[in-house]
Design a protein around this ligand. Sequence first.
Ligand code: GLN
Length: 453
Amino acid sequence: ATAFNDAVAAARALNAYTVETPGDALAAADTADNARNRGDLQPLSGIPLGIKDLFATAGVDTTSGSNILKGFKPPYESTVTLNLRRAGAGMLGKLNMDEFAMGSSNETSAYGPVISPWKRSDGGNAALTPGGSSGGSAAAVAAGLAPGVTGTDTGGSIRQPAAFVGISGIKPTYGRCSRWGVVAFASSLDQAGPMTRTVRDCAIMLEAMSGFDPKDSTSLDLPVPHWEAGLSSDLRGKRVGIPREYRIDGVPEEINALWDRGIEWLRDAGAEPVEISLPHTKYALPTYYIIAPAEASSNLARYDGVRYGMREQGSGGLEGMYAATRAAGFGAEVKRRIMIGTYVLSAGFYDAYFNKAQRVRALIKQDFARAFEQCDLILTPTAPSAAFGLGEKMSDPLAMYLNDVFAVPASLAGLPAMSVPGGLDAQGLPLGLHLIGNELDEQGVLNAGLAIE
Ligand code: GLN
């Protein structure tokens, strides 16, 4: 009993869950028993999943990692979690995350950082980040606290944390998963996706999560392919694009070595590597950090102390109440994004920043369209480094933003992209390989992931 209690305490010390809902998971297990007796098992019957805290879960706290939503229990369920429930899954609890999914280390969360279950092998016992914003999701899967979890990815938040903890995670084509009931960060970029231990589990979960939803106007009205049934690690006849612009200065040698290893693995599976060019890559990060904050500033206008969660009375009537609520409810990173967003959208600067960024985004999308005339999928590293220590980048937002340099272009283009484990670095920490597919080609991405796994 003591050993069990110690294990539970150690698991909780990771701070991966913000709410635990064991009753929900147990109820799904009971339902699965009955379904088995009736010969009516669903793809996820009885499977207990962790749910990132920005999916609305009926009657269960949904705070998007923010103080401003503390106490908010939605009366409705997000389409993605409803789809998972209909496939038989239960919920283990809600997972910690960066506030409103803004961050790359889970350190902007109102619940405090998540600790990665990984440590550097050199004996340094420093706590490492599991990445972000889906940091609780990543840590839960890596630590064996859930067989699968939901994440969301606006500019890398499924892929970078998956890479940091050595698991798989896929962001599908924009529109595959409904955004209905998903707390909005940057609506033109936000996509849900699964994070799991294996590529096959990703395929199974993504199939359950996806599908047209009339409640999301950007949802794709297309049938959901049978990705699991279509899995194959035979890549003969596939050309894998290696974008030369991703060979950026200052990336550690081990990241380039990882990339070369990945190329060899795909070659072994029958694919042919080809060099490609994505000429506007260097503009992707600045473009993202205009568009994402712009959309965020608009989306976050709804947190006014009237409609959701917390309220601070303040002084000075309604305006004073708004101001006091937002001042107390939002953390520093969220306020920084709102300020950047309102600035780039303001009358005098709209053309110079937001409009320009939208045009560059179109060029980035066009780069990919041209590249996919020469290749079937693209391989890059997921992140420019292995997991870093807690606190290491919090005082330097630009260093933090740079973490997303490889992940952001696929988000701007709305393309499916996945991180799969690619081995360990010299410190014994996981590194991720990143596969980007053409629009709607989740199957190609999953298959290449399977070949690497
Ligand atoms: N780290 C990026 C950001 O802070 C991406 C976050 C995400 O994908 N949700 O915006």
